[in-house]
Design a binder for this molecule. Sequence first.
Ligand code: PGA
Length: 254
Amino acid sequence: MAVNRPKPLVAGNWKMNGLKAAKKELASLVKGVAGAKSKPGCDIMICPPATILSLCSDTVKGSGIKLGGQDCHAEASGAHTGDLSAEMLKNAGARACIVGHSERRTDHCESSLEVKLKAEAAHRAGLMAIICLGETADERSSGKTIKIVGQQLKASLAESANHKNTVIAYEPVWAIGTGNTPTVADIAKVHGYIRKRLIALLGDETGAKTRILYGGSVKPSNAKELMDIDNVNGALVGGASLKAKDFLGIITAY
Ligand code: PGA
């Protein structure tokens, strides 16, 4: 398994934060990565608001830091006021797109079927899809974590999924933005289960190579402990990705 261990990915989701001035924070991150004593052992991505993707694209040029969108419409174009297609995100500089984040599933009532169509749209545009899954506090306390995660995974995974174009992010809803994280044993159990399901759904090799990120209150102080867990292949970071110093603290754990 160690030989097959995929290269970790640390992705920052800025959510609805970031005006043009955020370019300065991104420039600090670029500088911090370039000036680090050793080359980071992970791929690095920032998912800013779509309004500043182009601007950020100029800032990260040549740095190795990739950009992603936070959501996309399933169609390539058309009469969908206010929506953005995966093709538009790609055109603005994105290489990936988050789909099915719990805030989208809750605020916009997105079903796993819609998430799957969005993941397929990302692939159609040549973007990597970062598919988010995770149980709510109620689902967890009633012992349904594995069942919910299994259902979301099966229903949200694009037909076109492979280890190069798809990343899974396990994000317990109750851990997002709260400072609370599951125990190491709980994360190992869920990630181990996702790995098993990925192997069943995508085949031995692809299933073993597909990255599974953990997300939910990842910060510099817990990054190392989280990355050492079996089948944790990186992190999806919200709050701690907004400040270059904090995000660098997470990256350097890898
Ligand atoms: P958080 O958010 O790191 O602020 O908990 C994680 C996420 O929503 O991806």
